[in-house]
Design a protein around this ligand. Structure first.
Ligand code: UTP
Length: 297
């Protein structure tokens, strides 16, 4: 049986970003730059490299700068051209040509599940990807995280949530999966029995946490439509996926790559340091600086 191709992706980016106030008072956290590139650009690039053709960003009233970032900027282009900055002209044009990006507003921040529901008419009746707007994954020399999930979706013909193992004392921050004990793991993929949002460590069925990447079948929308508020009073995507497991197979895929939670201050700092160390023009200086402070503190 052939499966429908995953062509569309949703990037929810309408959260309040309260962990990053005051920076997020007037600017979405998805626009925080890692070195010199906004977080959401890395995510759009991952989607494109994974074969996605159309992207819907879920925004709120504070997100104009995101739309501008992915648009043409004729004035800037003219100024850069006048001053002979051809490399920069190419750079800003490449961003505007990255992908077909559309936007829809989530009128109230009612949770990730509600944000994904805002994509219902854009997606229609086909499988789709979700990439969280503040989760960056780097898999140097390997396949992008989303591509790994799409491959697992095509193999198992079922929804797939991206997971990685987290320390036991952190399970209460994530959606945690319960693998089905009767079905053997297929490489990095396991069939799921259940999914629990932010369990305490005594109740957690595993240490495998859902981390910002999903491939979902469109049946999720019917479930999201009548999904009540869950943890934190928000409509949780995890709760709807948990109900999806009652009617069709759902897999977890332990994706390869380093994941940064850029919506968290320490996650953002780690991403900044690692990305800077990866830039040949910055590496030497940054390394020297880190070594000097490590000695002096
Ligand atoms: P988070 O829980 O990390 O985002 O949601 P948040 O609510 O902005 O975070 P804090 O706790 O207040 O700092 C994960 C992703 O889902 C989006 C966020 O923008 C983020 O990319 N989201 C969350 C929405 O689009 N809408 C929502 O109602 C909630």
């Amino acid at each position: 049986m052939s499966v429908q191709k995953v062509r569309k992706a949703v990037i929810p980016a309408a959260g309040l970003g309260t962990r990053f106030l005051p920076a997020t008072k007037a600017m979405p956290k998805e626009m925080l730059p890692i070195v010199d590139t906004p977080t959401v650009q890395y995510i759009v690039e991952e989607a494109v490299e994974s074969g996605i053709e159309e992207i819907l960003v879920i925004t709120n009233s504070n997100k104009h700068c995101m739309e501008n970032h992915f648009d043409k900027d004729y004035e800037l282009e003219a100024r850069l051209t006048e001053s002979g900055k051809t490399a920069q002209v190419k750079m800003i044009n490449d961003i505007a040509n990255l992908a077909n990006i559309y936007y829809v507003r989530q009128k109230e921040p009612k949770g990730l599940g509600h944000a994904v529901l805002c994509a219902k008419s854009f997606i229609g009746n086909e499988p789709f990807a979700v990439l969280l707007g503040d989760d960056v994954v780097v898999n140097k020399g390997g396949k992008p995280a989303l591509k790994q999930l799409i491959n697992a979706y095509e193999r198992h013909k079922a929804s797939v949530v991206g997971v990685q193992t987290v320390p036991k004392d952190q399970v209460n921050k994530y959606g945690i999966v319960a693998p089905n004990k009767n079905v053997a793991a297929d490489g990095r993929a396991v069939k799921l029995d259940n999914l629990i949002e932010k369990p305490n460590k005594e109740e957690a069925p595993s240490r495998m946490a859902v981390l910002g990447r999903y491939v979902l079948t469109p049946e999720i929308f019917e479930l999201l439509e009548d999904q009540g508020a869950g943890a934190g009073g928000e409509i949780q995507l995890t709760d709807a996926i948990c109900r999806l497991i009652d009617t069709q197979a759902v897999y977890a895929y332990d994706f390869e790559g380093i994941r940064y939670d850029v919506g968290d201050k320490f996650g953002f700092i780690k991403a900044t340091v690692d990305f800077a160390l990866d830039r040949p023009e910055l590496r030497g200086q940054v390394m020297e600086y880190i070594q000097s402070i490590a000695k002096s503190k």
